[in-house]
Write a new protein. Structure first.
Length: 95
């Protein structure tokens, strides 16, 4: 978000940033104002992503784990999934 602000300040306003996420609970907490018993302990500062989405600066979109290219760089995945994700990158069929 800081990069969006910087670009806007130098004359390059940005459209809504799409964030692909494979965690459906995160998306639900961001889009739904209702709090569950297990989420009441979250501090106000952790609801920043909800505010950003409500302002229209970003939107969360579900991306299944099997299609999440970032997993290739952040965790140990099998050879088959790695090959699938590499093919997505090389053919530009990724999100």
């Amino acid at each position: 978000m800081w990069l969006r602000q910087l670009l806007s300040e130098i004359g390059y306003p940005q459209k809504t940033t799409t964030v692909y996420c494979d965690n459906q609970d995160t998306i639900a907490l961001t889009t739904n104002r209702m709090t569950k018993q297990r989420s009441k302990h979250f501090r106000v500062r952790y609801h920043w992503n909800r505010d950003v989405c409500e302002n229209g600066d970003a939107k969360l979109v579900y991306c299944p784990t099997s299609d999440n290219i970032a997993d290739m760089f952040t965790r140990n995945i099998g050879f088959a999934l790695r090959d699938h994700l590499c093919a997505d990158i090389m053919t530009d069929s990724a999100h």
